[in-house]
Design a protein around this ligand. Structure first.
Ligand code: FAD
Length: 514
């Protein structure tokens, strides 16, 4: 006899957490099981690892999230390096802490490849490691298939679930000066909600001033402490197949990774929120393969110009708190240059630090908030069916699922848009100061954004999309999807807030049917 739940949610990142929370708010008595392939790495489960104050514990949590790279042979050496950034980074392509690289093999002939594609596997997913930037998309970035009023209402809920605020760095050095200088160039012609402004960030600023980044643990909140009330989180438990009867999802085959045991659970509804690479992997492995599944992959190609603020601002910084003692990860503020159609078809993210994130000579002096990374994200100019994920059943991955190969090509039109993005990053830098070391903007390798879109895209046509606008998989209406893969457009802004809003739409639809 298999145990049966009202809803089984696969994946515990922001997408899965948004489904769980919304369903339980609408239907408090619903029995919801959330399964997560990775381990619990923080306490409470899903807590953002940046809020772990002990550095060694924090680094251990990052490693534990790295799936096959959780325990490399030189673990102690890598931990020491992570604890002391001045000891230098490893050579070559390096995954961000808390993630591991999906596929380091060469791209197929004639393709550009996606070498920096990375994943997290832990309770909270990437949402326990993310930077929290939560800008909202411009209408021009969104799918015309979405009803704007319905989406706006969901966005309000998404902001609440993620605790989005624009005042987290109100007191930070020189943030207002940065926005004034950028705004003089970018603001003319924009509506009030699209001018240069503090970046909306997913975090709570506590009364003592501590910034508590929102991870899925915050989103799940009291669900985690009230198991008896019908919510259960099962970590180290991978979904291997969605089970179907007469074309409708009605259960999940699970793998208990600690006991190496497979078993089934029943479900009235199944939600797959296993990130933009592994949601299509699970659907494909289950024989659920709408024509668009795994196709139309796109991401944000990112270019970054690291500069030091103009010396004329140095006087304004005198006496301001110095927030770091030379560490490279002390954030002193984040500003937002929103996408604006058609004058700025990008997302601009301007991050201030107290120290240089790139090597500098001894004469370089960082003053509070003076090191500024001007990052410009571009949506892919050409979203193509050909950019897709290939699943290979004959080569199981670390979790025993078909391995994933990414087929991705940057076209001529994409290159032209990237040239414009690089020019924009230079312009931003020149508005604020001088490039550190005189360097040109850096272009990140493909996949480095960690913002993968399109692979389970929503739409109104079952030949070019995987889910409808309520996030139900075409042809299987007890099966829902959540995650960045559902975003059908090459939206330029960071995707998580949009994703959480879409999950709210899916969850409300599902809850209405319970
Ligand atoms: P995830 O958070 O990745 O969670 C998916 C979970 O599903 C994983 O834990 C995985 O183990 C689990 N899973 C996969 N397959 C299975 C299976 N078969 N069975 C069970 N479980 C499974 N986004 C922004 O919008 N703004 C930012 O500022 C930002 N900064 C970032 C900085 C970093 C360092 C990182 C790593 C990411 C950042 N992101 C940012 C991206 C953001 O974290 C993701 O958009 C978000 O986490 C996606 O949510 P998700 O729930 O779809 O996927």
């Amino acid at each position: 006899m298999r145990d049966t739940y009202d809803v089984v949610i696969v994946g515990s990142g922001p997408a899965g957490a948004a489904y769980a929370r919304t369903i339980k708010e609408a239907r408090p008595t619903a029995r919801v099981l959330m399964v997560e392939a990775g381990p619990v790495v923080s306490d409470p489960p899903g807590r953002h690892v940046r809020t772990i104050t002990d550095p060694r514990e924090r680094v251990a949590a990052q490693f534990a999230s790295q799936g096959p790279q959780a325990r490399p042979a030189d673990y102690e050496e890598q931990v020491a390096r992570a604890l002391s950034p001045s000891r230098g980074r490893s050579a070559g392509l390096v995954a961000r802490p808390g993630t591991w690289l999906l596929d380091t093999s060469a791209p197929a002939e004639g393709e550009t490849g996606f070498p920096a594609a990375a994943l997290s596997s832990n309770v909270g997913g990437m949402g326990a490691h993310w930077s929290g930037a939560s800008p909202w998309p411009d209408a021009a970035e969104l799918s015309k298939d979405l009803d704007p009023d319905r989406f706006d209402a969901a966005l309000t809920d998404a902001r609440r679930l993620l605790q989005v605020t624009q005042s987290a760095f109100e007191q930070a050095p020189l943030g207002a000066d940065v926005r004034r200088l950028l705004g003089a160039h970018y603001n003319p012609g924009r509506n009030a909600d699209r001018v240069v402004q503090p970046m909306p960030l997913a975090m709570e600023v506590r009364p003592d001033g501590q910034r508590y980044w929102t991870g899925p643990g915050v989103m799940l909140g009291d669900l985690l402490t009230s198991h008896g009330d019908g919510f259960e989180l099962r970590s180290d438990t991978a979904a291997r197949r969605i089970l179907t009867t007469a074309g409708r999802a009605d259960g999940v085959l699970l793998h208990d990774r600690l006991e190496d045991r497979e078993y089934e659970v029943g479900a009235r509804f199944v939600v797959v929120a296993a990130d933009a690479l592994r949601s299509p992997q699970l659907l494909s492995a289950s024989g659920i393969r709408p024509a668009a599944l795994g196709h139309y992959l796109n991401e944000h190609t990112m270019t970054t110009n690291t500069i030091q603020l103009d010396d004329s601002l140095r006087a304004a910084a005198q006496g301001l708190r110095k927030t770091s003692e030379g560490a490279v990860d002390v954030l002193a503020g984040v500003s937002w240059v929103p996408f604006h159609d058609p004058s700025f078809p990008f997302h601009g993210q301007v991050t201030q630090w107290d120290a240089s994130p790139i090597p500098v000579d001894d004469t370089f002096e960082a003053w509070p908030g003076s090191v500024v990374e001007c990052s410009v994200f571009m949506g892919k100019a050409e979203v193509r069916y050909e950019d897709h994920l290939e699943f290979d059943d004959s080569r199981p991955d670390y979790f025993g699922m078909p391995s994933i190969k990414v087929h991705y090509t940057f076209t001529e039109a994409d290159r032209q848009r990237l040239d414009a993005a690089v020019a924009e990053a230079k312009r931003m830098g020149s508005l604020l100061g001088e490039p550190i070391n005189g360097l040109e903007p850096a272009v990140m390798p493909h996949g480095a954004s960690l913002h993968y879109q399109g692979t389970t895209r929503l739409g109104s046509d079952d030949t070019t999309s995987v889910v409808d606008t309520s996030l139900r998989v075409w042809g299987n209406d007890t099966l829902y999807v959540g995650g960045n893969g559902a975003i059908p457009t090459p939206a330029a802004c960071n995707p998580t807030l949009t994703t959480v809003a879409l999950c709210v739409l899916g969850a409300r639809d599902l809850a209405g049917r319970l």
